[in-house]
Design a protein around this ligand. Structure first.
Ligand code: URA
Length: 446
């Protein structure tokens, strides 16, 4: 196989056979296709999409590139959750302990920061000592002990996704539905889940911004999951403004910890309860999604979810004293306040602009293999729809990089649209997509 010939065929829209695709990806994993060649191939996939048969073939190939955890010995349903990627989306940190506390096991295989969006692994690793590289035996021990285990792709688990994912992160090749499906579904199958709840984002901060295309992606993910015997359903949710108020790894751990202890962050908790309710229902601990959502709320109200979070951190080697007393964490070296130029209503916050900015000031990677600054990120002081006075803070930027943070102030300000009149009301959760079809989400409200 000549790699350049495979790239050319994909570029020109010729149909590659499943064997050709598998051969190309295998060669990449074994170092016989260079990063530059895989990057060119991925870009060709953006312009000449893979079809369903090819998508299923690469999903299976990703899965077979490593071992598949056999969790048959673990009692009860195994339900995982995954998002297609958002800004400030720390729901995985919340749903894992909530759902585990409700008695449903959560074997979660997550990813790192991708493009302008954050990654659960990077967030968890900002907790001193926390390890997301768990050997299969340890993964199962943590799962048995705490009801949830959160790990990443490794040399054992979906190694092909690990290397392709890292390259997509830095080559503007994330926005490819077939690769998103292969990446997510192979991880979930490898982790041993029997059911999966997806959060498919739409809006400026999502990879697939257009609403109709986000629904197509949700449908594709559900079909690919179900094809492999994974019970799969998806929420389609709005990612036009960041979720919650914190963007950046440690900052998001702090916000998630606060919410598990009862802090009110309405949009973040609305989505958290919806996803948790679906997982608890799929896991057989509630007769309906609304009942599952009520169970989820009770897990937070009672403090059980917070205790479970601490158990998970401890079981994965993390130092819980930092999340118990978040002020113990080292501060970012610099902070810059971004203030409103005039008074008015905050009509919109561009999630994508802030996601890119957070990446640039250290919360994500610019090149494959770069380190991450756990303290870097953005805290929003205002959310869309709120009133602001002239010179009132809209957000704060944090970073420990040596670059002067003040140079980013104008770019941050450009993400905020302060004007007159309320923004149009838009629901956070648009719909539920199942193998049976699309249902409006409003019918699942308690
Ligand atoms: N999450 C993943 O794991 N993979 C993608 O491609 C996008 C989001």
């Amino acid at each position: 196989m000549l790699p350049q010939e495979i790239i050319r065929k994909q570029r020109d829209g010729e149909l590659l056979s499943c064997d050709e695709l598998e051969g190309f990806f295998s060669a990449f994993l074994h170092g016989d296709v260079a990063d530059a060649q895989m990057s060119a191939f991925l870009m060709a996939c953006y312009f000449s999409p893979l079809n369903m048969e090819q998508t299923l073939a690469i999903t299976e190939h990703f899965l077979r590139s490593g071992t598949r955890l056999d969790l048959a010995a673990v009692q009860g349903a195994l339900v995982d959750k995954h998002s297609t990627g958002g800004v400030g989306d720390k729901t995985s940190l919340l749903v894992a302990p909530i759902v585990a506390a409700a008695g449903v096991k959560v074997p979660m295989i997550s990813g790192r920061a991708l493009g302008h969006t954050g990654g659960t692994l990077d967030k968890l690793e900002s907790i001193p000592g926390f390890s997301t590289q768990l050997a299969p035996v340890r993964f199962m021990q943590v799962l048995e002990r705490t009801g949830a285990a959160l790990a990443g792709q490794s040399d054992d688990l979906v190694p092909l996704d690990r290397v392709v994912y890292a390259l997509r992160d830095v080559t503007a090749t994330v926005e490819i539905p077939s690769l998103i499906a292969a990446s997510i579904i192979s991880k979930k199958l490898a982790g041993g889940a029997s059911a999966l709840v997806l959060d498919v984002k739409t809006g400026s901060g999502a990879f697939i911004r257009d609403e109709a295309r986000a629904f197509d992606l949700a449908g594709l993910l559900v079909r690919v999951g179900e094809h492999f015997g994974l019970r799969t359903c998806a929420l389609v949710s709005d990612m036009d403004q960041p979720l919650g108020r914190a963007i950046g790894n440690w900052l998001e751990v702090v916000e998630a910890s606060d919410c598990l202890q009862g802090a009110a962050v309405p949009d973040l908790m609305e989505l958290t309860y919806a996803l948790s309710g679906m997982m608890i229902h799929l896991g057989g601990k509630a007769r309906s999604i609304p009942e599952g959502m009520e169970v989820a709320r009770e897990m937070v109200r009672s403090g059980l979810a917070w205790e479970r979070f601490l158990d998970i951190i401890e079981a994965q080697g993390g130092d819980t004293s930092f999340v118990r007393e978040t002020l113990r964490y080292r501060n970012a070296d610099s902070m810059v306040e971004v203030c409103a130029p005039h008074s008015g209503t905050l009509r919109r916050i561009d999630a994508r602009m802030l996601g890119l900015l957070a990446t640039e000031i250290g919360a994500g990677r610019k090149r494959n293999g770069d380190g991450i600054d756990p303290t870097a990120g953005i805290v929003l002081w205002k959310k869309a729809g709120e009133q602001v006075e002239a010179d009132e803070p809209l957000c704060r930027l944090y970073s420990s990089s040596t670059e002067a943070l003040v140079q980013y102030r104008d770019r941050a300000l450009a993400a905020f649209d302060v004007g007159y009149g309320q923004p149009a009301e838009a629901p956070l959760i648009l719909a539920l997509v199942t193998p049976e079809g699309i249902q409006p989400w409003v019918s699942h409200h308690v």
